[in-house]
Design a protein around this ligand. Structure first.
Ligand SMILES: NC(=O)c1ccc[n+]([C@@H]2O[C@H](COP(=O)([O-])OP(=O)(O)OC[C@H]3O[C@@H](n4cnc5c(N)ncnc54)[C@H](OP(=O)(O)O)[C@@H]3O)[C@@H](O)[C@H]2O)c1
Length: 413
């Protein structure tokens, strides 16, 4: 059996997890040959002769067959991954931001060089969702993809709803446990979930979505009043990225959503992730598992390494016939808005309002707004420290016949 020699970038949670997993499983077909890190002074748990601070010790080393990129810097990761592919070295990466922000270049580079790149670990950790969407679901149209893609946010929301912790204490606990970064913005602001959604959109619909044009509203402005509102209705709040295919095109966004007891997402707790896929022939399928952590993530990297050794790569079947992207002004979402300044309600230009309290300390309304208004008013929403929560209801306004039609299964909240 040939032993594939791995050049590993990064020896943090994921990199060290991979090293330890390979040690524990005694894999004869894969061996870590060189590990490039950044900080020369950190104590390390691996033999010093494996370590280097020089990227070229991997990139220019002809004895290295495969590259694993597991660093926490998306710009440096892009430099490493693109250089490795150009050198003809297949790459496995865990870096969702780097993949999502360079999708077009990465698919072109793979085509140009004939060298594969796999990134299962970048989307929902141990859940094998990228390969499933790319391969298994390439045989049938996908109607929608949604779920819980960010373990940190879900951990915080679980603690708030199950243990009545307040937001800052739940965040601190997540940081103490190593789920959340010191700067948690990418997780609690919905950016991390958005990068994963963008990656899945490529495989599910063949489209390359620009991060700046996809709405991400996080959980960082939820107040006690919002939690109380959900609780009194018997709901929880979850951060739910959603991609929906309609007759006029695909739409996607990341917004906190009220979740009812009857929904599968209701029971997904703590750092667990879930992906619900609705497709035309198979109906609905639900994947759940650990979305982060050293071994779950390293397991996904290992699965990709083995796939590369077997000559597998992504099919990108839908890239040749991409779906249209729905104009955001056609998408109407029913939202709960808690706000301070009435000017925000005006600016959002609700098409209908079904309930609300328009004065006093706790001002909130529920009604339909366009995705376009939410995108345009996002800075105002942040400035107001307002909360936006999707009720789960959405409609598409048909441009041609100006008729409203329901997008998703109506969720009777
Ligand atoms: N943690 C998870 O559960 C998880 C799950 C899925 C995906 N991911 C993704 O996996 C990647 C790594 O995450 P992590 O949690 O393992 O990060 P981490 O624990 O913060 O470790 C980052 C590692 O990257 C190294 N590094 C940073 N810049 C470098 C550079 N320019 N050259 C070489 N090494 C460099 C650091 O070196 P030093 O040790 O010298 O500082 C460190 O070893 C990220 O893209 C993350 O989004 C993580």
């Amino acid at each position: 059996m040939k032993t594939n020699r791995i050049g590993l970038f990064g020896l943090g949670c994921v990199g060290l997890g991979l090293y330890q997993l390979l040690q524990a499983t005694g894999s004869a077909d894969l061996s870590i040959y060189k590990v490039v890190v950044k900080d020369p002074d950190k104590p390390r748990l691996i033999p010093p002769e494996l370590l280097s601070l020089n990227a070229n010790d991997i990139l220019e080393n002809d004895s290295i067959d495969l590259v694993v990129e597991a660093i926490d810097d998306a710009d440096a990761a892009w430099e490493i991954v693109s250089a490795a592919l150009r050198k003809g070295k297949p790459v496995v990466t865990a870096n969702k931001k780097m993949v999502a922000t360079h999708l077009q270049q990465l698919t072109a580079l793979q085509q140009e060089t004939g060298t594969p790149l796999l990134y299962e670990a970048a989307v929902c950790g141990a859940i094998p969702i990228v390969r499933s969407i790319d391969n298994y679901f390439s045989n049938e149209p996908i109607r929608s993809l949604s779920g819980i893609f960010n373990g940190t946010s879900n951990y915080i929301l679980s603690k708030i709803f199950n243990e009545r912790l307040d937001y800052s204490l739940a965040l601190k606990q997540a940081q103490d446990l190593g789920f959340a970064e010191t700067d948690p913005t990418a997780d609690v602001g919905g950016f991390d979930a958005k990068y994963k959604l963008i990656i899945l959109a490529l495989h599910a619909f063949g489209i390359v979505l620009q991060p700046s044009r996809i709405l991400n509203i996080g959980i960082d402005r939820l107040s006690g009043d919002d939690i109380q509102y959900a609780r009194k209705n018997g709901w929880k709040i979850r951060l739910v990225p959603a991609l929906t295919s309609t007759a006029d095109g695909v739409t996607g966004y990341v917004i906190p959503r009220f979740v009812k007891t009857t929904e599968r997402l209701f029971g997904i707790e703590n750092e667990h992730n879930a992906v619900e896929v609705e497709s035309v022939f198979s109906g609905t399928q639900f994947f759940t598992g650990k979305g982060a952590g050293a071994f779950p993530t390293a397991a996904a990297v290992l699965a990709d390494l083995r796939d590369i050794a077997r000559g597998r790569r992504y099919d990108y079947t839908r890239l040749s016939s991409p779906a249209s992207v729905l104009d955001s002004s056609q998408v109407q979402l029913e939202i709960y808005l808690r706000y301070s300044d009435p000017a925000l309600v005006k600016a959002l230009n609700f098409s209908t309002i079904s309930e609300g309290t328009l004065d006093g300390r706790y001002k909130h309304v529920t009604g339909y707004v366009s995705l376009d208004s939410l995108l345009k008013c996002n800075a105002l929403i942040v400035r107001d420290t307002a909360t936006v929560i999707h009720t789960g209801q959405s409609k598409v306004i048909k441009k041609s016949i100006l008729k409203e039609e329901l997008v998703a299964e109506s969720q009777d909240l």
